[in-house]
Design a binder for this molecule. Structure first.
Ligand code: 5RP
Length: 225
């Protein structure tokens, strides 16, 4: 069993009968979805799920998990998702893919948000290994880019996979992948970017996770917020 699977199985222990559970997106979240399905189908665990992406919804459906649409819920009991970076104060960077709008909505709506990752995701500051994905309304991309440059951002629109156009998220936004100097801390960046017109959402998840589970060579450690 690899570390991503191990940490996902540990998170599944927090799921109880009757819960409405948010499903994250990515390879670690997939292991969690698979384990939930096993518990539901083989052990009779009574749960309903809501997905942060079409790909996770499809996985849940194909595994026979009961699922409701995001527009039908106002809160959830538990959200489990991976992350691209995790700092010592448990700020996360997410959204390498296309689904950070729903991911942040579910993270905020959850009574408990458990982040699951292997130790490669631990960093000392946000932006250490990845650019910060910033979803923008397509027609606003140039104005948003200028505003991001004005606060020190360097970067551009994310190209699509074929490199013949631009990446479109599941929300229908463009993504500006921006790098900032590490002297601008994540809390400041979060506040500045939250305040920018044309920005739909961004990948800094500040003060949202309640518990971080990290697997490192077969050992899981738990860090409470
Ligand atoms: C997607 C995410 C993922 O949770 C993040 O990219 C981690 O992915 P993985 O579990 O495959 O390493 O934020 O938007």
């Amino acid at each position: 069993m690899n570390d991503k699977q191990l940490v996902a199985l540990q998170a599944a222990k927090y799921v109880k009968n009757g819960m409405l559970v948010g499903l994250g997106t990515g390879s670690t979240a997939n292991y969690f979805i698979d384990e939930l399905a096993r518990l539901h189908n083989e052990a009779g665990l009574d749960i309903t799920t809501v997905a942060s992406s079409t790909i996770s919804a499809q996985r849940a459906q194909s595994l026979n998990l009961p699922i409701v649409a995001l527009e039908h819920i106002s809160h959830i009991d538990l959200y489990v998702d991976g992350a691209d970076e995790i700092t010592p104060d448990k700020t996360l960077l997410k959204g390498r893919g296309s689904d950070l709008v729903k991911e942040k909505l579910l993270a905020k709506a959850a009574k408990q948000f458990i982040t699951v990752a292997d130790s490669s995701k631990l960093v000392s500051y946000i932006g250490q290994n990845f650019v910060i994905p910033i979803e923008v309304i397509p027609f606003a991309w140039q104005l948003a880019k200028k505003n991001l440059q004005d606060i020190g951002g360097i970067g551009d629109l994310r190209p699509n996979a074929a490199k013949d156009g631009f990446w479109i998220t599941s929300h229908g936004s463009y993504v500006l992948d921006m790098k900032f100097d590490k002297s601008i801390d994540a809390a400041t960046l979060n506040a500045l970017i939250n305040n920018m017109p044309g920005v739909v959402e961004h990948g800094i998840f500040l003060g949202l996770t309640d518990l971080v589970l990290i697997a490192d060579n077969g050992v899981v450690s738990e860090y409470q917020n």
